[in-house]
Each structure stands twice: as C-alpha cells, then as structure tokens.
Design a protein around this ligand. Sequence first.
Ligand code: ADP
Ligand code: MG
Length: 391
Amino acid sequence: MNSIRYVDQMDLDGKRVLLRVDLNVPLRNGVVADDSRILAVLPTIEHIIGEGGMPIITSHLDRPGGKRVPELSLRPVSERLSELTGDKVAFVDEVTGPKAEAAASSLKEGSMLMLENLRFDPGEEVNDESFARSLASLADAYVDDAFANAHRAHASNVGVTRFIDDVAGGLLMKMELQALEGVLVAPERPLVVAIGGAKVSSKIATIEHLSKIADRLLLGGAMAFPFLRAKGIDVGDHRADGEAVERAKRMLDERPGSLVLPEDFAVDDGGRREVDVTGLPEDMNVLDIGPRTIDKFASELKAAGTIVWNGPMGKFEEEGFDVGTRMVAKAISASPAYSLVGGGDTNAALDRYEVRDRISYVSTGGGAFLEMLSGRELPAVKALVRQTVNA
Ligand code: ADP
Ligand code: MG
C-alpha cells in the first residue's frame, strides 16, 4: 500500500530534525494529567538522539484558534518530556521567528528543543505556505510521528514536506500504518469488525468501506438504526435519517451476509429494560444492545481470525447500559485473534474493563483511524509518499 520511508532508514547524524508529534495531552492545573501520548512518541525521540540527530519537537495542543492562549502553552508538556528523558528539553515560547531560529541553530548533539503550540499561529490549520516554509527552515530533516493528526492537511504535517527533501514517518506512524494496512490488505479470515458509537454520520463512510472487506460487520450503538430501517423495521423516524438509510440499503443489497444487526436493545425506562428491535418505544432512549444481540455478537467474535473494534455498543458510562460494551471488550481480550482497536471513547472502555494489554494493537488515532478504515489515504501520509517518490 504505502511505500513510505521511516525514520529508521534515515541518516540522522548531526542533523536538526523537525519532529511533528501529537502531544495533545490533557492538562490539569498546568500539569500533564495523562502522559500516554508522550510515551507513545518517546521511541522516535530516543531513536533520533541515539543516531546523533537533534529533535525539534512540534505539536498542537487543543484549539487555541490561531492565537496565543497562555493556558494552552506546551511548556508543561516539555517539562514532563524532560522528566521522562532525563534530558534537558529546551523550550521556546515561539513557533517560528527569531527566538525559535536562534534556539534551533544553537542546538547541540544530545539535546532537543520543543517549540510552542503550533496552533497559536493562524497559518497552521490553514496550511499556510509561508508558515510551512518558516517551520521547515529550522531543520535539515523532517519526521512525522503524529498519526492521530494525519487525517488533517495542516502546515506542520503536509505543507512542510514541500520545503524539506529529507522526510520520513516516525516509529509510531510506522506501527499504526502497518497495523491498519495489515487488517485492510491481508487479514487472517474471518475478519470480524464491531462498530458502535452514537453519531452515524461520523462513521457511515467507514462502515461502507468495511462492509466490502469484512466477513462480518457487527453494528451496535446507534449505527444499526439506518440498517434496521432499510430492512423495513420501524425504529422511529428520529433515529435514522434518509441519506444514511439509502446508503444502508445499498450495503444490504451488495453484501447482505456480512452485516450483523441487533435483534434486541436495552432502553432507558427509568432503568434498563430490554426490548425487541421491532418494539422500540418512540419516546425512550436506546442505550445498549440486548441479550440476544450480545450472544450473537459474542459468538461472531469468538470465531474471528482478526478483530477490529471502534465505538462502544451503548452508553457504557451509564450504570446498567454497559453490558454490550463490556462483552465486546472481554470477548476481544479472550480471543487468540489479532485485534486492532481505536477511538477515544473506545480507548476509555479498554481501561474501564482492564483489557488494554490483551489487545494486539491499540491505535492512538480516532479520526485518522476511522479515515484509514474508510479506505482513504491520509493527507499527511500522502505527503510523505510524494516526497519518497521524488527522492
Ligand atoms: P470513539 O470515540 O471510540 O470513536 P464514539 O465517539 O463513536 O467512539 O462513541 C462515543 C459515545 O457514544 C460513547 O461515549 C457512548 O456513550 C455513546 N453511545 C454509544 N451507543 C450509544 C447509544 N445507543 N445511545 C447513546 N449513546 C451511545
Ligand atoms: Mg468519541
């Protein structure tokens, strides 16, 4: 699929390496509350330093909207990175400009620099050419390890590659792309995919692509409604809109055997009440899959050669409505099949049910993960491919 170059194929000795990572971590009282995103890119940072390169680390943090927002400074992140590496990470409170240039040019072997939040500059999110050029001018080489941001075409991950010849993906990018390509291109069959979540519009394109490649596609959460309606089951108009129903119909026509739909749900009737899909009360929220569906999904997962999971089966944060999501988490953790899981809320479920270490690969991506599963090429990956071809 993608033939991009990775950082472990680069000659890094003595080079300044602009390294784009996703350190969009939660902060609490000015301190990093969860450092897993930092830990995820440490191998790349250490590799660059070990090979004699000097990382110039860039990331966004939250959504400052193109202006300086002091609470969204990356300084606390640089302090945490310093603790983790035992190295002094120099921090500049600029993204580009004279201070950043001076700090970059005085970098010494064995040390690293972190720049201020990329999104303090209005040029980042609009992929402004002159901003990209200024970023590129700080370094001799470029490494993109921000998989979770690779579905966005910004200056720091797309624009910049036009102004540096020596570009590559990082080690996290490599693991993410290889895990995804593995399941998309040559999965051990049967490939069983479970998709849940609350907003159909955000996942319908992903479901479409997966319906072509999965042997079994289990639809939980709110994802099932358009399909049930497309089969002529009255789920209530407010639960499935016209376009999604049309697309669901097409999928049911093309691959009727691969789509596995719920037979029953749990609704909120002041507590959990289980109902058949044909008897959904108009005015009650559907918050989980029901027991027959749970059994059916569990046996599909048990037979899988490869499992992909994104999206909770119900509102698992709420007492009584976590049964379906817990079952999927437990079924995957008990399965010997290769398993790939992604998504922010799905990640939270892995921790809640303590199954994270039983998953073959947990993606750090949400949007990027879904985009790849839709069969689309990520703009930031495409930018690396283009440079690799030109090199
Ligand atoms: P991810 O972030 O892993 O991609 P989503 O954002 O799609 O997952 O799903 C997130 C939320 O959807 C969960 O927090 C869950 O509570 C909610 N959810 C899932 N099914 C339902 C449902 N039937 N009704 C209401 N909320 C649901
Ligand atoms: Mg989410």
